[in-house]
Design a protein around this ligand. Structure first.
Ligand code: AMP
Length: 209
């Protein structure tokens, strides 16, 4: 199954996508992770993307469409995949329609007040991508999974978080109507507990499989 995860930053897309990919044995394609890796490695794509990512702005569509076209052509995508963080604009969604058949769009809805709390307290492992919240970390400063140090992403700084939410409402939220009109959208309440959200998504995907 080819699935899109749609929702504002901090809605839990990455966490849920990772778990569902493990359960379905398909790859999780996170454009944010791909861009952060490219920036860290200083590749030409990374150099183009850096200033946008750090300011909480969207990287130009053509850069993303090329990344996704290359990634979806890889062998491990033949049995399906989850797109986490792509598409984020209507032109990206239109470009995707030309290269992929999407079976389901999972929308995770969370209100802005909660997103701000989640994002500003988020800590991530730059090595394996695991995410944590400061309220649950105690004295811990390293990743439980791989032992590497946890950091606050530059774009999780409070002023950038507000920017990212504005960008989401203006440029990404129109995709809700876009996929609704194609009968692909399934909406989930991302304010519920992680386990409950996971079970409802799995049930819906099972019904569609
Ligand atoms: P994320 O980890 O999904 O929150 O993405 C982090 C940042 O990467 C975003 O704030 C954007 O700057 C950039 N980014 C990720 N995916 C896209 C996309 N589909 N289109 C444009 N920019 C993106």
């Amino acid at each position: 199954m080819n699935i899109i995860f749609l929702g504002p930053p901090g809605a839990g897309k990455g966490t849920q996508a990772q778990r569902i990919c493990d359960a379905l044995n398909i790859p999780q394609i996170s454009t944010g992770d791909i861009l952060r890796k490219a920036i860290k490695e200083g590749t030409p794509t990374g150099l183009k993307a850096k200033e946008y990512v750090e300011a909480g702005k969207l990287v130009p569509d053509e850069v993303l469409v090329e990344i996704i076209r290359d990634r979806l052509a890889m062998d491990d995508c033949k049995q399906g995949y989850i797109l986490d963080g792509f598409p984020r604009t209507v032109p990206q969604a239109e470009a995707l329609e030309k290269i992929a058949n999407i079976d389901c769009v999972v929308e995770l809805a969370v209100d802005d007040e909660n997103l701000i709390k989640r994002l500003s307290g988020r800590r991530v492992c730059l090595n394996c991508g695991a995410t944590y919240h400061v309220s649950l970390l105690g004295d811990r400063t390293t990743c439980e999974k791989c032992g590497e140090p946890l950091i606050q992403r530059k774009d999780d700084a409070p002023e950038t978080v507000l920017n990212r939410l504005t960008v989401y409402h203006e440029q990404t939220a129109p995709l809700i109507a876009f996929y609704e009109s194609r009968n692909l959208l399934k909406r989930f309440d991302g304010m519920k507990g992680m386990e409950e959200v996971y079970q409802s998504i799995m049930e819906t995907l099972g019904a569609k499989a």
